[in-house]
Write a protein that binds this ligand. Structure first.
Ligand code: SF4
Length: 330
């Protein structure tokens, strides 16, 4: 029977799962995921995590609780830096330690450090080290890593052509299985971290709600990294330190500048340190673009369906009326 490695459906899952899955499968390891976030997963996470942790980290704890008794290993890599320029939020860096010290009865945790600043071959070395845990030779790990990188490239291309991670993963499994929805009457930018936006439980189904209201969405993941790189430091003396915050700020600047959106939403998590800075910077930028309405939505473990729907409906309604009024003036 194949060894089973558990990957929680939280945090970096939305960015790297296709790579991780392809790598493990290629070296003969079975991957088990924790599934969609549910009320029980959230409650378990809230119970086990430190009280002042942000809600995505609490959710990660809940996913680990749901996986730990079903797998031989848990995969919680210490992802520090992948672009040699920015680092992930400190919560990512300490994640394996937080999990180990808070949850008992865990299977062995694979917590390999991934830090591209350690040299050109740092990532390959990290994956070779992971492979060695499962007795994969250096050559097999190298081959598996290359194949996994190709899968990740295909995934990123799907994201950049407008699909969300769930859709892109389905399309990787079954090409051509989805068709694009009809052109929406409004388009919103939804800025924030992928693990908040795409986790339908914690975002209270934000993307689906917007779709039902006739609003198309564009997120940071839908934008080419080259376009984001051109935003340089977004007018700041230096770029933001944290990878996701840096990308989100650049996406907001780019989308405001391009002017092809009717509104912008910033989804932020209660208890997020980097967001206290990021939200302010996006708000300041939004003030320069009076023609693009902007709203911040804060989520926490108590966010309710009704409150979120009311705010969204009111915002969409306001943007629609505004657009109609402007069209009449032309
Ligand atoms: S960036 Fe914010 S939301 Fe994300 S893990 Fe760090 S503190 Fe939590």
């Amino acid at each position: 029977m194949a060894v089973k490695v558990g990957i929680p459906n939280a945090l970096l899952y939305y960015i790297y799962y296709p790579l991780w899955q392809a790598f493990f499968n290629e070296i003969g390891v079975q991957v088990v995921t924790s599934g969609k976030t549910t009320k029980d997963i959230l409650n378990n996470g809230v119970r086990e995590a430190l009280a002042d942790a942000c809600v995505p980290v609490k959710i990660f704890f809940g996913h680990v609780m749901g996986l730990k008794d079903r797998v031989d290993y848990l995969f919680i890599p210490r992802v520090v830096c992948v672009n040699r320029k920015t680092i992930y939020c400190p919560k990512f860096l300490g994640l394996p330690d937080m999990i180990r010290h808070s949850i008992t009865g865990l299977p062995p945790v694979i917590d390999i450090r991934m830090d591209s600043r350690q040299g050109y071959f740092a990532m390959l070395k990290a994956y070779t080290e992971i492979g060695s845990i499962f007795n994969a030779s250096k050559h097999s790990s190298f081959r598996a890593y290359k194949k996994a990188c190709r899968t990740l490239n295909r995934y990123n291309k799907l994201l950049q052509s407008g699909w969300n991670p769930h859709e892109a993963m389905s399309l990787l499994r079954k090409p051509g299985s989805l068709s694009k929805p009809p052109e929406p009457s409004l388009n919103f930018a939804v800025i924030g971290y992928p693990y908040n936006i795409y986790d339908s439980f914690i975002s209270v189904n934000l993307l689906d709600k917007l779709r039902r209201l006739g609003v198309g969405t564009i997120t940071t993941e839908n934008i080419s990294p080259l376009l984001l790189a051109w935003q340089k430091n977004c007018g700041l003396p230096k770029r933001l330190f944290w990878t996701f915050s840096d990308r989100a700020l650049k996406a907001a600047h780019l989308l405001f500048k391009q002017g092809r959106i009717d509104g912008m939403l910033h989804l932020t998590a209660f208890g997020c340190g980097p967001d206290s800075l990021l939200n302010k910077f996006i708000e300041l930028e939004a003030k320069k673009y009076k023609n693009i309405p902007f709203m911040t939505l804060m989520i926490d473990e108590h966010t309710g369906e009704a409150g979120m729907s009311t705010r969204l409906e009111a915002f969409v309604d306001m943007v629609k009326r505004r657009k109609e009024a402007l069209a009449c003036l032309k």
